[in-house]
Ligand binder design. Structure first.
Ligand code: FAD
Length: 534
């Protein structure tokens, strides 16, 4: 009846108009942008997590931000309740970009792609433009970070703050925070935005920044899609380095591992590569530009999809150390360099490593170009895809753990709860500096100056994911019982009381902003925060 990917025509709608949509829409030109074919609906019903199936009434494929504004005006003025969820690349894990019975906006349409297309739309580049002088790039909210990187590199420039994986949209990560190993120095991606174009829940197209409509600007950044749809973001740029010296250091002692990580993120680095000098005792160091870390449990593989780094021989040595100690820890650091700093890179890294307490002989070094480094996860993804292991359930849990309790977390979770079953997937743990986050933004982090981000990025079979989810709940209960005040990153909460607790002192402002920008609670219902007008 419906052809895949073909918009339904208004003539063909009589009697077929999805009951979740207001009839008023049929009199608007944008009605031709509604899709209801089964393939499109099925794609918008699930996400990377493969844990939920929330079927929308329709998918909307906009050609401009004005189309989005018009759709939201109709939804806002309709007497019928209708929800609308922007979907970036659908890489949420708990249906956060879904709209059961409502409309999912396929944001990728703005750049000429539709969900399922990976990249390379000729229109995509047209929605990414580097400013004169190169201080920032304007990118459509639907753009993948890999597309932004490709375009800015043509000018020798790149954003400063990244996610580990680049096939996520600008709007999707800015609605959360956007984290990777550069965040200790530059802050999360939300701290690197100058200006946004946003369509509010009333269908108003607004430009906002720290000086212009600042309340909307701060609301939207980390706002879980609750206050507006980001259609453009101005993102800070820096000169792109040419190469990256990339090291992994193995530890058996968690306290030594975290102490070294904390030292590394205390090294400041404003300015161009080569000017990063800081003191520890009497010594001067050039710091890393990227600091992360991970845990390998004795029973899990050493290499995973986040990057193939170790040779087979190295993997065997590391696996044997992990089996001997039950768990080991891997500190990952990278130093950027270019032709001018190349002569000293060896020495700079050596100097830094001299005072770190990894297991002697367990230092592994790689040297790659900048794009290869930033896009390191892609190789693992393609491998998993070819083995049919990418589109499987992902009951992920991401937490921010206060620094003062990270040792307790190690004992109770890494060396406790997680030892009890043989799940697969990376376990990340690395520290962040709170002073790089802006308290006025919607995202929430622990109250301590340094906190750790912990990512349990586990995958499972369709039969087993509930077991891992039960274990995630056990971890949250453990933290609660032990008084470890964690915050969830990419939060998934069960009800209003949990959301109020999640936002803590920010809940009042969050609610107020909802009243101002989306009083009918139309936007991003899949987050499960508001299920009726406020
Ligand atoms: P979607 O899943 O499509 O949407 C997420 C939420 O944002 C939804 O509520 C949606 O309605 C809303 N939204 C989408 N677009 C917009 C918009 N334009 N305006 C307003 N709201 C919008 N996160 C990190 O921080 N660091 C990482 O290294 C990292 N690595 C990841 C690796 C993988 C393999 C995966 C699957 C996820 C990873 N994430 C990481 C998490 C990721 O940042 C979030 O899931 C993000 O939301 C995904 O972006 P998306 O474009 O797929 O968003």
């Amino acid at each position: 009846m419906f052809l895949v990917g073909i918009p339904i025509s208004i003539v063909g709608l009589q009697g077929l108009w999805p009951c979740g949509l207001p009839h008023e829409l049929t009199s608007h030109d944008i009605a031709t942008r509604i899709r209801v074919d089964p393939k499109t609906i099925a794609a918008a019903s699930t996400d990377f997590g493969r844990l939920t199936n929330e079927v929308p009434a329709a998918v909307f494929c906009p050609s401009s931000d004005r189309d989005i504004a018009e759709l939201l005006q109709v939804a806002y003025e309709s007497t019928q309740r209708i929800t609308v969820a922007p979907r970036g690349h659908g890489h949420s894990v708990w249906g956060q970009a879904s709209a059961a019975g409502g409309v999912v906006i396929d944001m990728r349409c703005l750049g000429g792609n539709a969900t399922g297309d990976e990249e390379h739309s000729p229109l995509a580049a047209a929605r990414i433009s580097v400013s004169e002088g190169g201080a920032y790039v304007d990118a459509g909210g639907e753009q993948l970070w890999v597309e932004v990187l490709r375009e800015t590199l043509r000018f020798g420039l790149a954003p400063r703050s990244w996610t580990d994986y680049l096939y996520l949209t600008v709007g999707g990560t800015l609605s959360n925070a956007g984290l990777s190993g550069q965040a200790f120095r530059h802050g999360p991606q939300i701290s690197n935005v100058y200006e946004l174009d946003v369509v509010t829940g009333q269908g108003e197209l607004m430009t906002c920044s720290r000086d212009r409509n600042p309340d909307l600007f701060y609301a939207v950044l980390g706002g879980l899609g609750q206050f507006g749809i980001i259609t453009r973001a101005s993102i800070a740029l820096e000169p792109a380095p040419e190469r990256v010296r990339w090291v992994r250091l193995i530890y058996t002692d968690f306290a030594a591992f975290t102490e070294d990580q904390e030292f590394l993120i205390s090294l400041d680095g404003r300015g161009a590569p080569g000017k990063k000098i800081m003191k520890r005792e009497d010594k001067k160091y050039k710091g890393f530009d990227y600091v992360e870390g991970s845990v390998t449990l004795g029973h899990t593989p050493v290499s995973n999809w986040r990057s193939s780094f170790f040779s087979e021989d190295d993997s065997r040595r590391i696996a044997s150390l992990a089996a001997q100690h039950g768990a080991i820890y891997c500190l990952e650091g990278s130093m950027y360099y270019g032709s001018s700093s190349a002569p000293t890179i060896e020495q700079d890294v050596e100097r830094l490593l001299e005072d770190l307490s990894f297991v002697p002989g367990f230092v592994f070094t790689n040297d790659v170009n900048y794009v290869g480094f930033l896009n390191r996860v892609r190789k693992g993804e393609l491998q998993l895809r070819s083995n049919g292991l990418w589109d499987v359930p992902h009951p992920w849990l991401n937490l921010f753990v206060p620094k003062t309790r990270i040792l307790d977390f190690n004992v109770g979770v890494f060396r406790g709860i997680l030892m009890r079953n043989h799940s697969v997937g990376p376990i990340l743990v690395y520290p962040l500096n709170r002073n790089k986050w802006d308290e006025r933004m919607s995202s929430v982090v622990p109250d301590e100056e340094v906190f750790f981000t912990v990512g349990l990025l586990r995958s499972s079979t369709p039969e087993d994911w509930r077991q891992l989810e039960t274990q995630n709940e056990e971890i949250l209960r453990f933290c609660e019982t032990e008084g470890i005040e964690v915050k969830q990153y990419l939060p998934h909460q069960k009800g209003r009381a949990d959301w109020v607790k999640h936002f803590g002192r920010k809940w009042g402002a969050f609610l107020e902003r909802k009243k101002n920008y989306d009083p009918k609670a139309i936007l991003s219902p899949g987050q499960g925060i508001f299920d009726s007008p406020v």
